[in-house]
Write a protein that binds this ligand. Structure first.
Ligand code: ADP
Length: 282
């Protein structure tokens, strides 16, 4: 059996003369939670749209579960679920009706049982008869996730699954995604939240201006540049930072400089700044 369930090789996409996906290659292992981390406009949604057959790239190779995306898109559509960035639900129908119609369109077997199972999975069973228009943003997001899972896909693509949601709901959605992994699903998600990439993703690819700059586990990506960040606010209020390999190195540096400082563990934002010279949420 192949180790990689998603293989992307040398993918390119240009919009209006601007390269928005620029020679992107990466692989996703079966059963892993893989994240594309980058700021708005980096090209994440375009990559997801290409992999889910909605947008044609200019060049490149994509294999999903061994199927060639360009030759066998129908086979791929049958094994993937997609959670787009917008909650594209029918707001005038109930929670149950939204899933029922989607299930009929996708010929889901044993549909009623499956709807119950999925609504319980995202903890919305109690709201099955509510109109979608009466649900909070977080509930609508959970419903879109339940809908994507309804046909029991083996791979799930989520585009910014927690954007705009408050931290508590964000964590609840992470739990749903982790539970999906324990059921053997492969998850590819995009995010511009550092915390989401660090806490949820087993491997992360950092993307900026259409290019993948680094791939690895959050730990590996951080260890490549250091372990601790020493911070000092200078006289005109500017934050100055030094990256150190060890705590000892950090304290030694500060003893030499003789200035007030704080030391904290490195995070993926520091990795992003190190690679691009800018902050991710700018
Ligand atoms: P992200 O998901 O990382 O925010 P996108 O993939 O949505 O990034 O966008 C990458 C770039 O491509 C942006 O500059 C965006 O404006 C541009 N873009 C995306 N879709 C289109 C389109 N249909 N037509 C023209 N430009 C587009």
């Amino acid at each position: 059996m192949k180790e990689y369930i998603i293989e992307v090789k040398n993918l390119f996409k240009t919009y209006e003369g601007k390269r928005v996906v620029d020679d992107v290659s990466f692989f996703v292992k079966k059963g892993e939670i893989f994240g594309l981390l980058g700021p708005n406009g980096a090209g994440k949604t375009t990559i997801i749209k290409i992999l889910t057959t909605l947008v044609k790239p200019d060049k490149g190779e994509v294999y999903i579960n061994g199927f060639d995306l360009f030759k066998e898109p129908q086979k791929i559509k049958k094994i993937i679920g997609v959670v787009p960035q917008e909650n594209n639900l029918d707001r005038d129908l109930t929670v149950y009706e939204n899933l029922f119609i989607y299930g009929l369109l996708h010929k889901v077997k044993d549909l009623k049982r499956r709807i119950e199972e999925m609504l319980k999975f995202v903890e919305l069973w109690e709201r099955k008869d509510s109109l979608v228009s009466t649900l909070s943003g977080g509930m609508q997001r959970r419903l879109v996730i339940a809908r994507a899972f309804l046909p029991d896909p083996s791979i799930l693509f989520l585009d910014e699954p927690t954007v705009g949601l408050d931290p508590q709901i964000r964590r609840f959605i992470w739990e749903i995604i982790r539970k999906a992994k324990t059921k053997g699903k492969t998850i590819l998600l995009t995010t511009h939240y550092i915390e989401e990439a660090e806490n949820l993703c087993e491997r992360v690819s950092i993307i900026h201006r259409g290019k993948l700059l680094a791939i690895g586990t959050p730990c590996e990506l951080k260890e490549r540049i250091g372990r601790f960040v020493v911070e000092h606010i200078n006289g005109d209020g500017r934050l100055i930072q030094w990256i150190c390999k060890t705590k000892e190195e950090a304290y030694q540096l500060m003893q030499e400089k003789k200035i007030p400082f704080s030391v904290r563990p490195i995070n993926l934002e520091d990795v992003f700044i190190n690679l691009t010279g800018r902050r991710i949420e700018e």
